[in-house]
Design a protein around this ligand. Structure first.
Ligand code: NAG
Ligand code: NAG
Length: 337
């Protein structure tokens, strides 16, 4: 009995000695992109870090780390997911999970000493749960980060330098305009997409084509300024300029004026931000995206002229019959086809 007590005391002392900084935890592995990787078991690694910024090299003790993976099935029930956490006893952990049915919106929840780690798994749902500053506490500036994939992005930096009070914008990577790095660089470090929404104003500016981030910007709770553009995604035609976003000329020449308008019309700005989020909730959730592609392929298959040949090395992947419950009549696909 005494021995057990001693052991427990020793273990407690040891656990207490290692002071972990949960937010510094390094997380990596293919399991972080559940939608992009199809494997029987998906996994992520965690390396714990102490308060001095050093890697832990020993186990922090039982129950320090917990992991849970959850998701939603088509019938809105929780997915059948089996999760296992391995303590590698060297300061690192492996979280392994298996998904047993088609599962949307997979969320990985890791807690270290009861503190939940922010996991950046970007989708139109996670954006809504990770913007924590209410409108009135957001910084009244336009925030933007991105790479140098279009000249207007460099122009944005020029404009911001003339009006530093209105902007917090930077280029993160130079690839297309490497020769301009002296003027517009150096490349700035990564900012979590969720932190974009600490700022009141967001900008959707083209990259090489339409930006994939527009749905996420709309789903956040800031006011989105959208550069007028010939590029579009399937849902753009259902958006209304001035109702869901503030339009900005493609050369950004009226951007400053539009930000000033927003600062003077705060309630209107908030209204637009709210209707953008509502639009995202009604039209841009994973089921809507899946529905769009299902309908697209369905329409496409009707237009195929040549017969589809099943080659020897092809394998049929059977889909559950209930896998898409979208309403085809809601979609007007003419523009895309
Ligand atoms: C800490 O752990 C990470 C993840 O395994 C590793 O990449 C890094 O090199 C380690 N740092 C040191 C100083 O050992
Ligand atoms: C710009 O934003 C970054 C990320 O939020 C922040 O760290 C930085 O201090 C901001 N810069 C200014 C000048 O406010």
């Amino acid at each position: 009995m005494q021995l057990i007590t001693l052991l427990v005391v020793l273990m407690c002392v040891r656990t207490k000695n290692v002071e972990i900084d949960p937010l510094k935890t390094i997380i990596w592995g293919p399991g972080l992109q559940p939608a992009e990787i199809t494997m029987r078991a998906r996994y992520i690694f965690l390396q714990l870090i102490d308060v001095h910024g050093k890697n832990l090299t020993e186990s922090p003790g039982e129950n320090t780390v917990t992991g849970l993976v959850q998701g939603q099935s088509f019938n809105d029930l929780p997915c059948r997911i089996w999760t296992q956490l391995f303590d590698c006893k060297d300061g690192s952990f492996i979280l392994r999970y298996k998904v047993f049915n088609t599962c949307l919106n997979i969320k990985i929840k890791v807690k270290i000493k009861g503190k939940e780690l922010p996991m950046e798994m970007l989708d139109t749902l996670s954006v809504q749960g990770n913007t924590d500053l209410p409108w009135e506490n957001k910084v009244e500036q336009l925030f933007w980060r991105g790479r140098d994939s279009r000249k207007e992005r460099l122009d944005l930096i020029d404009i911001s330098r003339k009006h530093p009070k209105l902007f917090n914008v930077s280029i993160t990577n130079f690839f297309f305009f490497k020769d301009k790095i002296d003027k517009y660089g150096p490349g700035q470090s990564h900012v979590s997409f969720f932190d974009f929404f600490k700022y009141k104003y967001q900008l959707n500016i083209d990259g090489t084509v339409a930006t994939y981030r527009f749905p996420y910007l709309l789903a956040g709770d800031s006011l989105v300024f959208k550069q007028e553009s010939k590029y579009y995604e399937f849902f753009y035609k259902d958006l209304t300029s001035g109702l869901h976003y503030v339009p900005v000329k493609s050369d950004l020449s009226d951007l400053v004026e539009k930000i000033q308008w927003a600062k003077e019309h705060d309630e209107d700005g908030l209204k637009i931000a709210k209707s953008a989020r509502q639009f995202a909730r009604d039209n841009l959730l994973p089921r809507d995206i899946l529905c769009y592609y299902t309908t697209l392929f369905h329409e496409w298959s009707k237009r195929l002229k040549s017969k589809v040949k099943v080659l020897n090395n092809m394998e049929e992947v059977p889909q559950p019959s209930h896998s898409c419950q979208c309403h085809l009549s809601n979609l007007n696909l003419k523009d895309e086809l």
